[in-house]
Design a protein around this ligand. Structure first.
Ligand code: MN
Length: 427
């Protein structure tokens, strides 16, 4: 189901004068800096970040989950919600599925997705919880489990995810495991890592040639003492051991407070192992808050590195961008739209950085002016660029307002009974 085109047109007409005025004012300002607003707007329009299918449901904490009205009942409802996010923001052209939560006939999934103007991003395997018909439990791990039959079951599941992904037109597999330990001494950390690597090599061997495989580090949860893929160093080692199709995903939330994530991004890219991102924000740990809500400057600094790397590596540099959040107190569609726009904003702001000036300040060791060069780009309000990029493509000037005007949630709630629980949103 879509938002009525008439409603979006009406909304965009009502905001047209303000949009034009603001765009022209910004164009004038950027012209003084030697920046062409039209090419910047075209780049903003091309920007896309994938929506995780699990993100359109309400998440929860270890304490409770408070479902909202009209939550998606199954993957087809999730695709509808993702379609609305794409329709209004024009910044989220793909969906990332999670197996087995989203198991369904691939041809039907493909048909619905294409009718909504959506494609499929990376496939996500799930070996961190048991399924009803499962022979071996993942309570004590999956790909690194001490029991070979459990490891084989986890390998088989990942290979099945690749098969489903092939039928959907996906080209990547993200492997995230909950494996680790809760007590010192519980596992032999070296042998556990060996078992994980051995299992991952078997999954890697099943990848089609043009596919990529992403590993994602996380310092804690659900294992609270050690995790098998604890940090970016472990993730890098895994990607290097596996081969050229393997690279690292950086989930912004999976770091201790104050960690310099932009430096991690720079390091991984420098050695060809930056696969992509899970965008969200965090105040304390893996809070899975909306992107840019706590520290928009850090998000900008990450994109500052990405734009710099792209300038050096050209089109060969194509990191996978995805959101990964848990929405506990907001409408997930609204949160995902806000996050997609925040990520797009950081990208556009980072393109405003005067790279030549920055390089000169760095060469002169002029720390203050180098920092000011970044700040100047970050302080620029690029809303008019984002608004025009959306409207030019048929999206809404203000997606949140248009969404609220449409009453979408109330309308779908008539067909979607309130549910008490479903897959979480905490990976
Ligand atoms: Mn993640």
């Amino acid at each position: 189901m879509h938002i009525a085109g008439d409603l979006i047109d009406k909304h965009n007409r009502a905001t047209a004068q303000a949009r034009d005025d603001d765009f022209n004012a910004l164009a004038e300002y950027l012209q003084r800096l030697g920046v062409d607003i039209q090419s910047l707007t075209a780049k903003a329009a091309q920007f896309g970040v994938a929506i995780p299918s699990w993100g359109v449901g309400t998440g929860g904490t270890r304490f409770a989950r408070f479902p909202g009205i009209g939550e998606p009942r199954h993957v087809f409802d999730k695709l509808d919600d993702c379609g609305v996010i794409q329709q209004l923001t024009q910044a989220t052209p793909t969906v990332s599925l999670h197996i087995p939560w989203d198991d369904a006939d691939p041809s039907v999934l493909r048909e619905q997705a294409s009718s909504l103007g959506l494609g499929f991003d990376a496939m996500n395997s799930n070996t961190f919880q048991n399924q009803p018909d499962q022979a071996h439990s993942y309570k004590f791990g999956s790909l690194s489990h001490t029991d070979i039959a459990t490891r084989e079951q986890a390998i088989e599941h990942n290979i099945r995810c690749i098969e489903i992904g092939k039928a959907l037109g996906s080209q990547a597999l993200t492997v995230w495991v909950g494996d680790g330990s809760n007590f010192p001494g519980q596992t032999h950390m070296g042998q556990q890592f060996d078992r994980y690597l051995d299992a991952m090599k078997q999954v890697y061997a099943a990848l089609p040639d043009h596919w990529q495989m992403f590993t994602e580090h996380k310092m804690y949860e659900p294992a609270f003492y050690s995790t098998v893929v604890q940090d970016w160093g472990s993730s890098y080692l895994i990607a290097r051991e596996l081969g050229p199709k393997a690279s690292c995903l950086v989930d912004l939330g999976h770091h201790a407070p104050n960690v310099n994530i932009e430096m991690i991004v720079s390091r991984l890219a420098r050695f060809g192992k930056l696969g992509g991102f899970h965008f969200n924000d965090s105040k304390y740990g893996d809070d899975d808050l909306d992107a840019g809500t706590i520290d928009p400057y850090r998000l900008f600094l990450v994109f500052n590195e990405l734009v710099d790397i792209e300038r050096q590596q050209g089109d060969a540099f194509k990191p996978a961008y995805m959101l990964d959040q848990s929405h506990n107190v907001t409408d997930p569609i609204e949160s995902l739209m806000c996050s997609a726009m925040e990520v797009q904003r950081a990208f556009v702001q980072a393109m405003l950085v005067d790279r030549e000036a920055l390089a000169a300040y760095q060469a002169d060791n002029d720390a203050l002016m180098a920092s000011q060069t970044l700040k100047q780009a970050f302080r620029t309000n690029v809303d008019p660029i984002l608004q025009c990029a959306r409207v030019q493509q048929g999206g809404a000037h203000d997606p949140i307002s248009a969404y609220r005007e449409s009453g979408y949630r109330t309308i779908v709630a008539k067909d979607r009974p309130q549910i008490s629980g479903s897959g979480g949103g905490i990976v």
